[in-house]
Design a protein around this ligand. Structure first.
Ligand code: GLP
Length: 243
C-alpha cells in the first residue's frame, strides 16, 4: 500500500486528479473505474480544468461506474448517471457510448446485474479504480454484511447510508432503499485501486479498513489484500490512524 496523508480536501483532490491524469496520459485507452459522492467531486473538477487547458485527452478512454440507485432514471438529479454527466462527462471529450453505469431503471435486478457484469467483462481489466469510503466502511454500495459479494448485485442500503446520502436529495424526497453495485470481486480485479478519504466522519472507517481485521463487516478492509492500493487521505480522515 502507498499511503499519502495530505492537508485537506483540496490537496486530496489535486493529488487524486494528478494520478488519474497520469493514468490517461500514459495509457490513453485506459478503463477508468469511477465513483460518485462528495469525495471524488473535487478531483473531477480538477480534471475538467486540466482538460480545458489542453493537457488531457479522454477520447480513447472508457469508464465504468461503481453503482446506481435502483429505480432512478439517468435524468433524475440524484442518479449517479446525472452526477457523472454534471461533474465530468459534460465537460470532457470522453465518448458517451463508452461510459457505463448500472441501469437504475431496469426493474429486474437479475437482468440489471447480468447486463452490467457483461459490460464489465467485455471492457476487460479496470486499469484504475477510484473509491470513496462510506462511514460504515462500504465501497461502491457494498454494505457491511456476512460475506464479500463478487459480482454486480442488488443491495438493500443501510439506514446509515440512506441518512448520509439524504443531504443530496430534496427535502421530503425519499432516498431509494436499494441500489445496484459492482461487486467486491470486480473491484479487487482492478489493476490499481485509488482509495480517497476526507473528513473526520471517515476516520474510524479508514482505520478499520486499513489496519483492522479483513472482514465483510467492513467491506473496504478487503483492500488490504489488493497488490496495488494507493490511499490519499486528508488530515481529518487520518486522526484515528495517527493516534
Ligand atoms: C456513497 C457511494 C459510494 C461513496 C460513499 C461515500 O453512498 N455509493 O461510492 O464512496 O457513499 O460518499 P461521499 O464521498 O459522499 O462521502
Amino acid at each position: 500500500m502507498v499511503f499519502y496523508q495530505v492537508k485537506d480536501y483540496e490537496e486530496m483532490s489535486r493529488k487524486a486528479a494528478a494520478l488519474i491524469a497520469a493514468q490517461v496520459v500514459m495509457k490513453p485507452d485506459s478503463v477508468l473505474g469511477l465513483a460518485t459522492g462528495g469525495t471524488p467531486q473535487g478531483a473531477y473538477g480538477q480534471l475538467v480544468k486540466w482538460y480545458r487547458q489542453g493537457h488531457l485527452d479522454f477520447s480513447q478512454a472508457s469508464s465504468v461506474n461503481l453503482d446506481e440507485y435502483r429505480g432512478l432514471s439517468g435524468e433524475h438529479p440524484q442518479s449517479y448517471r446525472h452526477f457523472m454527466e454534471v461533474h465530468l462527462f459534460d465537460h470532457i471529450n470522453m465518448d458517451r457510448s463508452r461510459t457505463f453505469i448500472p441501469d437504475g431503471q431496469e426493474p429486474d435486478p437479475g437482468k440489471a446485474c447480468r447486463d452490467y457484469d457483461g459490460i464489465i467483462s467485455k471492457l476487460g481489466e479496470i486499469d484504475l479504480q477510484i473509491l470513496g469510503i462510506g462511514a460504515n466502511g462500504h465501497i461502491g454500495f457494498n454494505e457491511p454484511g456476512e460475506r464479500f459479494e463478487g459480482k454486480t448485485h442488488c443491495v438493500e442500503l443501510a439506514e446509515s447510508t440512506r441518512k448520509a446520502n439524504a443531504r443530496f436529495f430534496e427535502d421530503g424526497e425519499e432516498v431509494p432503499k436499494q441500489a445496484y453495485t459492482m461487486g467486491i470481486g470486480d473491484i479487487m480485479k482492478a489493476g490499481r485501486v485509488l482509495l480517497l478519504a476526507s473528513g473526520a466522519e471517515k476516520a474510524e472507517a479508514l482505520k478499520m479498513s486499513l489496519y483492522g481485521p479483513v472482514t465483510p463487516g467492513v467491506p473496504a478492509s478487503i483492500l488490504q489484500f489488493h497488490p496495488n492500493l494507493t490511499v490519499i487521505a486528508d488530515r481529518e480522515a487520518c486522526v484515528e490512524i495517527r493516534e
